[in-house]
Design a protein around this ligand. Structure first.
Ligand SMILES: C[S@@+](CC[C@H](N)C(=O)[O-])C[C@H]1O[C@@H](n2cnc3c(N)ncnc32)[C@H](O)[C@@H]1O
Length: 226
């Protein structure tokens, strides 16, 4: 499915977020609290927009991991065009089983990715494994507003407008119906906090954006954590 939508993915992102995704990526990048000399794993990196934002904001080097060859093809072309191929590299693999040793990264980031994985808890634990003690995890994800008043119109837009926009702009109704369904099936903000804590992350907090239609969750691996 991700291979199929890869060509129009960036365009749909801009449309469905009303152009706000760039600002949210910057906020997520800053939340990783990394700097020049740090190495970040950007999980489910897709076409590399979050990886580029992290590098631009922090100067960190990024390894992007994604299992879609077509998404990675676009990502690699984009990185070369941006002159960032010395700072950002890619691995084609699934985040269920990350091909890196324990404690390899200063932070792990995931933008609109965790929602697509089959076992959130196992993936949160895998992220924890590959981050060094004291490092951070940042999850930028589409969520549902926490107040009932906003949730009702939001669900209408999600179930009706989003799949139609998918059909119009990417000729793929199914993928954008899946987007809508998967957002509604994703754990609410507070439940994701509990899941991150269960995986070992501490000081877990989140910030709602656009009334809670998007949230950034941040956690830290304890300094003595294993
Ligand atoms: C909605 S896109 C997000 C891309 C990018 N992070 C962004 O901010 O635009 C989700 C990406 O997750 C990838 N993905 C989904 N499940 C995955 C898994 N188990 N392992 C690796 N990548 C996965 C897909 O191939 C796709 O590129």
């Amino acid at each position: 499915m991700f291979d199929a939508v890869s060509g129009r993915y960036d365009l749909l992102n801009r449309i469905l977020t009303l152009g706000r995704d760039r600002r949210w990526r910057k906020l997520a990048a800053k939340s990783a609290e990394v700097s020049t000399g740090s190495v970040v794993l950007d999980a489910c990196c897709g076409t590399a927009d979050l990886a580029l934002a992290i590098n631009a904001e922090t100067g960190a080097r990024i390894v992007g991991i994604d299992f879609s060859p077509d998404m990675l093809k676009i990502a690699k072309e984009k990185i070369v065009r941006a002159g960032k191929d010395d700072a950002i590299s890619f691995i084609e693999a699934s985040v269920d089983d990350i091909p890196f040793d324990d404690d390899s990264f200063d932070a792990v980031t995931v933008g609109w990715g965790l929602r697509n994985t089959p076992d959130y808890q196992a993936v949160l634990e895998e992220f924890y494994r590959v981050v060094r003690p004291g490092g951070r995890m940042v999850c930028l994800e589409s969520t549902e507003p926490e107040t009932a008043l906003l949730r009702i119109p939001y669900k209408f837009i999600l179930s009706n407008i989003v799949p139609l926009a998918g059909r119009m702009f990417s000729k793929d109704y199914g993928a954008y119906k899946y987007l809508s369904d998967s957002i509604q099936a994703f754990p609410p903000q507070k439940e994701l906090v509990s899941m991150m804590e269960k995986a070992g992350w501490v000081d877990v907090s989140y910030r709602n954006l656009l009334g809670g239609a998007v949230a950034i969750h941040v956690g830290r691996k304890p300094s003595s954590g294993h």
